[in-house]
Design a protein around this ligand. Structure first.
Ligand SMILES: NC(=O)c1ccc[n+]([C@@H]2O[C@H](COP(=O)([O-])OP(=O)(O)OC[C@H]3O[C@@H](n4cnc5c(N)ncnc54)[C@H](OP(=O)(O)O)[C@@H]3O)[C@@H](O)[C@H]2O)c1
Length: 343
């Protein structure tokens, strides 16, 4: 073990004790955000702007796929060498809802494996001291006990609908542990539940459930038709507002010093059924028509209730935006930006 590993409590052939301190970084903190143009990336941009460009001594750069195709190692190295980051928030990924996942599991697996391997290796090569990557609660085992917590990622196969995405994301945790063990790197990951907010992908076919419902309800309202919800409406989900997630990301980047991942989620009591989510969209958009459930469509995993106990141990006073308020703000944003929104 290196000195820093020993200082962090790591001994070869022992279960890793991954509580670490990123104490060896001084000087300006150059933060590079991959996937900076997506739903989560735009939310982080918003919060950093609210802080007046980040805290003193921080410089922020947000990348999109136009800056570099991170599936390509040479492009990844070149963009990292250009910006010389000291810290990275790694969001870039091939992302999609249930129905897109079911169609192209191979693409989800390969694209995400390439992106993650390139980003973490290039980060190591340019000497990045901390990387915060992004997993998801939909990568946990399908058959599990509830609530799910951070120790259970690798305990069994994921739901068959998204196994490509799920296994690729799980491997980030393997990367992080191995970069720590072999190189003493402090690379970690967060595990958000379903994210929603402004700048989401509102595609009905390929997007996640909430933005898809918002878009469908918007069209149904305009055309005077029923809102058709896919599936039975019974599956349950925890939703986190992108701006709340962004605030938590900044805390993880600045203060969270474990290699082990941390679930970023509202409480178990705030889980809602798809029917409740659809009702909330109807209320937020003032939709007056009929709501019908197309039970010929897949439901996906029934639930993936996650525990935010670890987060609350660190941040007992964090206050989440109430779901209905966050949803109303998202619907208002979608209506105001209908022409340019991703859909
Ligand atoms: N949305 C959710 O509900 C959710 C839940 C849990 C975890 N997550 C995770 O959160 C992270 C961000 O997700 P999101 O919802 O913000 O996704 P998103 O809106 O689809 O944004 C994806 C981002 O990745 C970039 N990107 C995709 N492929 C790339 C490539 N080959 N090279 C470079 N950049 C590439 C995109 O750039 P362009 O804009 O140029 O295309 C975009 O900035 C992901 O890691 C995702 O797995 C999301």
């Amino acid at each position: 073990a290196t000195e820093s590993q020993e200082a962090a409590g790591f001994h070869p052939n022992q279960k890793l004790k991954l509580v670490i301190s990123v104490g060896d970084h001084s000087g300006p903190m150059r933060v590079l955000v991959t996937g900076g143009s997506g739903l989560v990336g735009r939310a982080i941009q918003h919060i950093v702007k609210e802080e007046g460009g980040g805290k003193e001594g921080e410089e922020w750069t947000f990348l999109s796929s136009k800056d570099a195709n991170l599936m390509n190692m040479e492009e990844t190295r070149a963009v990292f060498q250009k910006h010389r980051p000291t810290h990275i928030i790694h969001l870039a990924a091939m992302v999609g809802g249930l129905f897109k996942n079911m169609r192209v599991n191979l693409d989800f697996w390969r694209n995400n494996i390439y992106i993650n391997d390139n980003v973490l290796q290039a980060a190591h090569e340019v000497g990045v001291v901390k990387v915060v990557s992004c997993l998801s609660t939909c990568i946990f085992p399908d058959k599990t006990t509830y609530p799910i917590d951070e120790t259970m990622i690798h305990n069994g196969p994921p739901h068959e609908s998204n196994f490509g995405y799920a296994y690729a994301k799980r491997m980030i945790d393997v990367h992080n542990r191995a970069y720590f063990q072999q190189h003493g790197r402090y690379y970690t990951a967060v595990i958000p539940t379903n994210v929603f907010g402004p700048h989401d992908n509102f595609s009905i076919e390929d997007g996640h459930v909430l933005p898809g419902l918002i878009h469908k309800a918007y069209i149904a309202q305009k055309e005077g038709k029923p809102l058709v919800v896919w599936g039975s409406g019974t599956p349950r989900r925890q939703f986190i507002y992108s701006l709340d997630l962004a605030r938590l990301f900044l805390w993880v980047l600045r203060e969270y010093n474990e290699v082990e991942p941390i679930i970023l989620s509202v409480g178990e009591e705030d889980e809602v059924s798809i029917k409740e989510a659809a009702d909330a969209v109807v209320a937020a958009l003032g939709f007056k028509g009929e709501v019908v459930y197309d039970t010929s469509k897949a439901d996906g995993q029934f639930k993936k209730t996650a525990s935010n106990a670890k987060l609350l141990r660190y941040l007992p006073n964090f206050s989440f935006t109430p779901f209905n308020k966050a949803l109303k703000d998202t619907c208002d944003w979608f209506v105001a930006n209908y022409d340019t929104a991703r859909k």
